[in-house]
Design a protein around this ligand. Sequence first.
Ligand code: URA
Length: 263
Amino acid sequence: MSERLQKFLARAGVASRRAAETLITAGRVTVNGLKVTELGSKVDAEKDQVSVDGKPVTLVPQRTWYLLNKPEGVVTTLTDPQGRATIGDFVKSTGKRLFPVGRLDYDAEGALLLTDDGEISNRLLHPRYQVSRTYLVKVKGDPTDATLDKLRGGVRLEDGMAAPAKVERFDKAEANTWLEIVVTEGRPHLVKRLCAAIGHPVVRLFRPAQAGIAVGDLAPGELRPLTPEEVDLVGQVAQGVAAPPIALKLPPRRHRKAQQAAD
Ligand code: URA
């Protein structure tokens, strides 16, 4: 589809439409190698090669980002052969083709980003970039200081050593304990396996934020698009910038029956 050259330049973020007109009349813009100074000229973004001062202009595709507060009892896949509730049900409600950035277990809750930006998503997940993941984890019993130190020092799992970047007590819950655990890798069920390895199995697993984007006031099962500032922040975190700390808050208490089952 063709469009006016100045509109294309504005859409590509080169300049405002008015400033793009000045670039064109000043003879600084070429289309397929030929200087164009006519303001009415049309270009096809798919086919024509537009340059400004000799530098090719490319359109950055618009990407979509959502944050879901994943409830427990939802599989992080787009479809499930067993017919369980999936992330796909939430994606459908956006009317866009999005996929989850990584996974949260079926029974885990909290921040899960949905996007169509494969590049940033890969960077957030790739072990090379060691992006931190913070979890609030309710574990059975009350681990001693010595046990937490052992966890901090790293434990041997069946797929190799794993050492969390941070382990702190966060809150007490009757016979159980909430821990804050930060890891920098995404091995399957890593947090559950770490806690099981020190003899304190996980009874509840909540991720308060992903890539710096906090669940905040989103209720379980709610989702919202990210603001442009949040999309920027996610991009920075994917580049290795540490996300600013967020105020950690426990997830809402489960209703009695589920609570008893979990305890
Ligand atoms: N670690 C786990 O064990 N489960 C998750 O869903 C995320 C991290």
